[in-house]
Ligand binder design. Structure first.
Ligand SMILES: Nc1ncnc2c1ncn2[C@@H]1O[C@H](COP(=O)(O)OP(=O)(O)OP(=O)(O)O)[C@@H](O)[C@H]1O
Ligand SMILES: [Mg+2]
Length: 158
């Protein structure tokens, strides 16, 4: 069954804090088969900001740079592997095969994927869809589960 969750995020800090909360929930479940999140939203909606909150929420101390040019940035923290993708500049989904995309969807890995539609047909399907939209100068976030694990996460949100 699909579950959805909806919240208003009044500023950048609220987006980061939401990311921290979310990663802590993901860190508590069994992700031995990996966990995949698609981050949808217009340019500048806050996909990278949310990812930064998640990555730092897992304990990463340094910067989180946007993987705009590198396609993927990786973080290895607390026995987990976060792979943060930005596929905006991907020309062809086939390029993901050359990157060895299968190796990223592994045990204890969390894949955060911006512009996942660019990798359609090659990427694993997500556990969660996250949609961020503009609400004047603030944002709204919507989570939609796409697996039992995704539902388990949403059910734990307040
Ligand atoms: N809840 C919020 N309210 C207002 N501004 C926010 C909120 N969350 C993030 N922002 C701001 O919106 C911008 C989001 O930029 P960010 O790089 O995260 O977007 P993005 O969705 O990753 O864009 P792109 O598609 O270019 O990768 C930043 O300037 C950030 O400060
Ligand atoms: Mg981004």
């Amino acid at each position: 069954m699909q579950t959805t969750y909806y919240q208003h995020l009044k500023d950048e800090q609220a987006t980061c804090l939401f990311g921290e909360k979310l990663i802590k929930l993901i860190n508590q479940i069994d992700i031995s088969h990996g966990f995949v999140v698609y981050l949808n939203g217009d340019l500048g909606a806050g996909k990278t900001t949310l990812s930064r909150g998640m990555i730092q929420g897992l304990g990463h101390q340094g910067n989180v740079k946007s993987p705009t040019y590198t396609l993927v940035e990786e973080y290895h923290i607390a026995n987990k592997h976060i792979y943060h993708f930005d596929l905006y500049r991907l020309n062809d989904p086939e390029e993901l095969e050359f990157m060895g995309i299968r190796d990223y969807f592994t045990t204890n890995s969390i894949c955060l994927i911006e512009w996942a539609e660019k990798g359609e047909g090659i990427l694993n399907s997500p556990d969660l869809f996250i949609n961020i939209s503009y609400d004047n100068t603030a944002r709204n976030i919507e989570l939609v589960s796409n697996s039992l694990l995704g539902t388990e996460i949403i059910n734990q949100l307040p």
